[in-house]
Design a protein around this ligand. Structure first.
Ligand code: MTE
Ligand code: MO
Length: 377
């Protein structure tokens, strides 16, 4: 999520700094303590508790959530999806019509591009994710490629723009949440217009009645509460495309677009937590360390588990689908004392998780290895 951090806000910076020293300015990374604005976002947009890494499929209530503006309340009986722009036939489809169309069901690990942001120093001010902005669900609905074929995409088309029903202001710009995909991505057979999540209807917070799901891409591409799909002959220049979701060094850097999910692994913290500090405590003896790993840039090839900085390969299982996470396990005989546990994944592209965070202005794609401190008694 973004991730305002925009050229637009930087214009106001000097002015705000004089008048409101203690208020958060999105776009200005902070060395200070967590702000009220970050807390406000954090309580609306929850992460997935790490113990939920135990399930292949995340129940909707445990799946992470990221909503920029408000959750729109949509009367599905009067709702239609419009498909138009550079197509031979514009379409207008009711939810009933979509449910009668051919359907697919795809297990997908979604992750917010801002996951890991709050571990960066200085800290980009936005949704303050630690490491748990992730979840895996089975998304079912109509293949996007099927509907685009029905509409007939013009030869000069370059992108497809997806617009949600939710509106708000970000970086000083009034907007409806909208993102585009290159035509080649939009025509992938696994890109789905989902009306179901796991065993039920799409919940309101995850995009009811219909959302896009783009397997392998960071979550921002998977537009919720879809209201229209427009085929365009020029690259889309909306805020969420050209200002938010960029890897940039500063506000004036055009940067590069955020696209595919970078390789990451996470561990279920072993033992029991201290309520307030979340510090882990476990008894000495054998313990099975478990977790998950995923990547949008190539299948996960290995996961190494580090015990106090000494690495050894974990056992890897096969994922349920190309863009769903895979389980890993590693037996450990815990001896009394303080230990630091980590996991580090490598994917088929050769990418490996960095040991130290890689900073960028919006706090995007920080796939640094997780470190779990445990006290063994
Ligand atoms: N319409 C709309 N779609 C959206 C968003 C949004 O704010 N509005 N947030 C995006 C972002 S940044 C992420 S990470 C995912 C989160 O999906 P989830 O809440 O179902 O986990 O939705 C994406 N789609
Ligand atoms: Mo996101």
């Amino acid at each position: 999520m973004p991730e305002q951090m925009s050229k637009h806000t930087s214009v106001f910076r000097g002015q705000r700094r004089q008048t409101q020293k203690l208020t958060a300015h999105p776009g200005e990374p902070s060395h200070g303590p967590l702000t009220a604005e970050e807390l406000q976002l954090a309580v609306r947009n929850h992460s997935m508790p790490l113990e939920a890494l135990r399930s292949d499929i995340t129940p909707p209530g445990l799946h992470y959530l990221l909503t920029h503006f408000d959750i729109p309340f949509i009367d599905a009986g009067n709702w239609h999806l419009r498909i138009g722009g550079a197509v031979q036939r514009s379409l207008e489809l009711s939810l009933r019509a979509l449910r009668r169309a051919p359907s697919i069901s795809v297990p997908v690990t979604l992750e917010c591009a801002g996951n890991g942001r709050t571990l960066l120093r200085p800290r980009p001010l936005s949704q303050p994710w630690m490491l748990e902005g992730v979840g895996t669900a089975i998304w079912a609905g109509v293949p996007l490629a099927y509907l685009l074929a029905q509409a007939g995409v013009d030869d000069d088309a370059v992108e497809v723009v997806f617009t949600g029903a939710d509106a708000g202001i970000q970086g000083g710009v009034r907007q409806q949440y909208a993102r585009s995909l290159p035509i080649a991505e939009a025509l992938r057979p696994d890109v789905v217009l989902a009306y179901r999540m796991n065993d039920g209807d799409l919940p309101p917070q995850h995009g009811y009645p219909l959302r896009l799901v783009v397997p392998g891409w960071y979550g921002m591409a998977s537009v919720k509460w879809l209201s229209s799909i427009k085929v365009v002959t020029r690259p889309f220049d909306g805020f969420q495309q050209t200002v938010a979701f960029r890897y940039q060094q500063d506000a004036d850097d055009a940067g590069t677009p955020v696209t595919w999910i970078k390789v990451r692994s996470l561990m279920v913290p072993p033992g029991i937590p201290d309520f307030f500090t979340r510090r882990r405590v476990l008894p000495a003896g054998p313990v099975m360390l478990t977790g998950r790993a995923w990547s949008g840039e190539g299948a996960v090839q290995r996961v190494d588990v580090g015990i106090d900085g000494k690495w050894a390969p974990a056992h890897l299982e096969h994922p349920a689908a190309p863009f769903a996470w895979c389980a890993w396990t590693m037996p450990w005989v815990a001896d009394a004392g303080e230990h630091e546990l980590s996991s580090r994944a490598t994917d088929a592209s050769g990418a490996v998780q960095p040991l130290e965070p890689v900073w960028n202005y919006q706090g995007m794609g920080n796939n640094v290895v997780q470190r779990v401190k445990v006290a063994v008694e």
